[in-house]
Design a protein. Structure first.
Length: 244
């Protein structure tokens, strides 16, 4: 009798139904939540970056692991020689004080001249260097384009320049103008001359391949152009946003 009861009970049990897999709606919901979380984290870091210097950036950490250590010494903008900020802005983004993250004229020129010319502003480079990874992939460029306006909104022009001068790669195993000034010229960035500042700025597009202390003919020529440009942006007011 007991055996018959057990058989009857077994017959009444419903087979377990398989759990459905992820639907497109589930995937989109998860991506939406992940995007919102990353966006919130970015805004928090952006606000903190107004007051706290962003010392550990993705590229800095990656190069530290790859090279077994890198050097960077943070220096405030007010403690630097004014020559270095002017030279870097003149060399990298002469209209920095006149745009809100994107230089439309430089973008048009880059499109006309092809891939050999860059059009990234200092604001875009800060966004990439502080919050993103290196490389020229479309996802990274899209994120950079979306995030740069927020950097411009939350950080002052002076702050953007200060961060850039401290997080940019300036040589093999070197980050920031203070480390570069000491490595190449044996002095602090506070004591750089106009020529030395121009040489450092001229090396920025290829910091691992150019040596400001032993400049090639091209580097000396480019540094002379940058020094002239630095004097020009000082005279016409295009350096006012980070010097006042």
């Amino acid at each position: 009798m007991a055996r018959a009861t057990r058989k009857s009970t077994q017959r009444k049990r419903k087979p377990a139904t398989a759990r459905p897999g992820w639907t497109l709606r589930d995937v989109l919901r998860w991506l939406s939540r992940a995007g919102a979380a990353l966006g919130a984290a970015f805004l928090v870091l952006l606000i903190l970056g107004i007051f706290i210097n962003p010392r550990l950036t993705p590229y800095y950490l990656a190069e530290g692991l790859r090279q077994g250590g890198v050097t960077r010494e943070w220096i405030s903008l007010e403690d630097m020689s004014p020559e270095i900020a002017r030279a870097v802005v003149a060399g990298e983004d002469a209209n920095f004080c006149r745009h809100w993250g994107f230089d439309i004229h430089a973008i048009r020129a880059a499109l006309d001249e092809g891939a050999g010319r860059g059009a990234s502003t200092i604001s875009q480079q800060v966004t990439k260097n502080v919050f993103l990874w290196q490389g020229r992939s479309w996802p990274r460029k899209a994120l950079e384009a979306a995030m740069t306006p927020f950097v411009e909104l939350f950080w002052s022009k002076r702050r953007i320049v200060e961060v850039y001068l401290n997080v940019a790669e300036t040589g093999k195993g070197l980050f920031g103008v203070e480390s570069a000034a000491r490595a190449y010229f044996g002095k602090s960035a506070a004591d750089l001359s106009a020529r030395e500042a121009a040489l450092l700025a001229a090396a920025l597009p290829d910091p691992k391949g150019r040596n400001p202390a032993r400049p090639s003919g091209y580097l000396r020529k480019r540094a002379a152009q940058i020094a002239e440009g630095a004097a020009t942006i000082r005279a016409d007011g295009r350096s006012a946003c980070f010097e006042d």
